[in-house]
Design a protein. Structure first.
Length: 148
């Protein structure tokens, strides 16, 4: 029996495990310790971004190509990183439709981010749920928030 794959999804973590908060349920931050050399080089570079976009589009048999942007925290890359990703998607899409999904904790979202995500039809923005039992804390060095 043969199976035909009509569509598949690749998830990009262009910021690796780097995040600006420390949620107790998240396992990404512990991954940072596995790659100490990435502490200084944690951002997806332009050449890798272009290859990812181009190859993801080219390899998809379906008319719609999904891009899932996740982290750590993808907004730490800055809005210009995603402007470039969108430009590359337009360049390489051919006749295919592009869909973007963005998982963020929302801390860095501002009016510029909201305009970009809305203007380019990002279909879902995923934010962590805050249950009433969770407490927000700031670490002693004030560099990272923590949800307990």
């Amino acid at each position: 029996m043969s199976h035909h794959i009509n569509r598949f999804q690749l998830m990009a973590k262009p910021s690796g495990a780097v995040c600006n908060i420390d949620c107790t349920y998240c396992y990404y931050l512990e991954k940072q310790r596995l790659y100490p050399q990435r502490q200084a080089h944690w951002k997806m570079d332009g050449a890798t971004l272009e290859n990812y976009v181009r190859k993801n589009i080219a390899s998809q048999p379906a008319p719609t190509v999904d891009f899932h942007w996740q982290g750590g925290e993808p907004t730490l890359l800055g809005i210009d990183f995603f402007r470039e990703a969108l430009r590359l998607q337009e360049r390489y899409r051919g006749g295919k439709r592009i869909s973007n999904v963005f998982q963020t904790n929302g801390i860095n979202l501002d009016d510029d981010w909201a305009r970009l995500l809305k203007q380019h039809g990002f279909s879902r923005w995923s934010l962590p749920r805050r249950r009433s039992s969770q407490q927000r804390c700031v670490s002693p060095d004030a560099r990272r928030e923590k949800y307990l």
